[in-house]
Design a protein around this ligand. Structure first.
Ligand code: GUN
Ligand code: ZN
Length: 435
């Protein structure tokens, strides 16, 4: 763990979503680049040969021939589900009731939450994820533990206490008032402290009464600078149940809309089975649909369609995420790969430059942080990772015939995992290294 001030290697970061490999204005690629770090920020980045005199002669961490990119951002992950991954279940509601709602009860114990918070952050960093938007359990203490641990490491992290007051085991339920009070206390205690933030987090309409949905809406209105996260339109049985619970609603999206929960700070996990009206409302309100490919395949939920969304309205916002532990990998590389396959199954192409944009600056934009994270530009927070495209023997074999940046990125997303992440740097400090 050292606070080196200079990093040398190949640099890649994006300015906007590339249209394809020829869209070279959408990104910066520097073959022999340098990043100078000061006070947790990028003080300078560019060609090694242009390094300003002020930085010359300082200690250098030489990452060549590896590729340095901004740290990955995971827009939807469950802190209490690290030990739920790989639980044998047919579909969402069986998986929730059989494993998830049992496991999350353990987080009522603050010591368990503390222990798991460190392991959760270690796991993210080993996979190259430097920022995440996380669900806690229903217990306020789970979020205290996670955000406390993130603050100590100076990580940019967003988390919220799950609100649920029905259709869950009694130890996992709050009430409209206690859910509101606990979330409000978390916001007061943590939001904006260092680099941590609190998200308003009603789990989903199935586990909240109308009274709780109202309280969640009030909280979101009172704290317009907080993100709001929930689940939406993931599974057919979930959708049917929710329609029965809110019989007045036009559709699932209308429920969140009714309580004032749509908007540019709102992240909706899954969004697989929405109709055109719902997609149009998402777009109109600036809401973000979060694609969780490994989870959607594992739970048999369905195929997220970017083309369907964009055919209704081209500017609908989206993000990509692991959704651990419905998701099966902590790795955003594995997530990009499965995302590619989900889209390919539907005849939709997704170029690797777009994938790497999405996992970095794209996801930063989805959570309103593209002015701080997601680039290797001067002034940005110094969160970046070092990727090795020859990390495994099979990757090294394939890499022998790779000759372009796009081919290298595609190789890493198709075959890579945590072994590909040679190092992770957070606030300018190397917090994970394989060497
Ligand atoms: N819907 C409500 N809760 C959850 C959860 O924990 N995981 C997933 N995948 N979907 C949900
Ligand atoms: Zn989820």
């Amino acid at each position: 763990m050292s606070a080196a001030q200079l990093h040398r290697g190949r640099l890649l970061w994006f300015e906007r979503e590339p249209e394809g490999a020829d869209d070279t204005e959408a990104f910066h690629y520097i073959e022999d680049g340098a990043i100078a770090v000061a006070g947790g920020r990028i003080a300078w980045s560019g060609d090694w040969s242009d390094l300003p005199a002020a930085y010359r002669g300082r200690d250098v961490v030489d990452h060549r021939p590896h590729l340095i990119v901004p740290g990955f951002i995971d827009c939807h992950i469950h802190f209490p589900q690290g030990q739920v991954v790989a639980s044998y279940a047919g579909s969402l509601l069986e998986w929730l009731n059989t494993y998830t709602f049992v496991e999350e009860q353990k987080y009522g114990d603050p010591e368990h939450s503390e222990r798991m918070a460190g392991r959760f952050l270690d796991m993210l960093l080993a996979h190259g994820t430097t920022t995440a938007v996380a669900y806690g359990s229903v217990h306020k203490g789970s979020v205290d533990a996670l955000l406390g641990a993130a603050l100590k490491r100076d990580m940019r992290m967003v988390a919220g206490k799950v609100m649920m007051d029905r259709n869950a085991p009694e130890p996992l339920t709050d009430t409209p008032q206690s859910g509101y009070d606990d979330a409000k206390a978390l916001i007061g205690q943590w939001h904006g402290k260092g680099r941590v933030e609190v998200a308003v987090t009603p789990r989903f309409a199935l586990t909240s009464t109308e009274a709780q949905m109202e309280m969640a809406g009030a909280l979101a209105q009172e704290h317009p600078d907080c993100l709001m996260q929930t689940h939406l339109s993931e599974n057919h049985r979930e959708i049917e149940t929710v329609a029965q619970l809110f019989p007045w609603s036009k559709d699932y999206t209308d429920i969140y809309d009714h309580y004032g929960l749509l908007g540019p700070k709102s992240l909706f996990g899954h969004c697989i089975h929405q109709n055109e009206r719902e997609i149009a409302r998402m777009s109109e309100s600036g809401s973000v649909a979060v694609f969780c490919p490994t989870s959607n395949l594992f739970l048999g939920s369905g195929l997220f369609s970017l083309d369907k969304m964009r055919s209704v309205t081209p500017n609908v916002r989206h993000a990509i995420a692991t959704d651990i532990g419905g998701g099966t990998s902590w790795s955003m590389l594995r997530t990009l790969d499965e995302g590619y396959k989900v889209l390919n199954l539907q005849g939709q192409r997704y170029h690797p430059l777009r994938s790497f944009f999405q996992a970095t600056l794209g996801n930063a934009g989805a959570i309103g942080m593209s002015d701080r994270i997601g680039k290797l530009a001067t002034g940005y927070e110094a969160d970046f990772i070092v990727l090795d495209s020859k990390a495994s023997p099979a990757m090294a074999l394939r890499a022998e015939t790779v000759s372009t940046l796009s081919e290298e990125l595609f190789l890493m997303q198709t075959m890579g995992d945590d072994r590909t992440v040679a190092a992770s740097i957070v606030s300018g400090v190397t917090v994970h290294s394989l060497s």
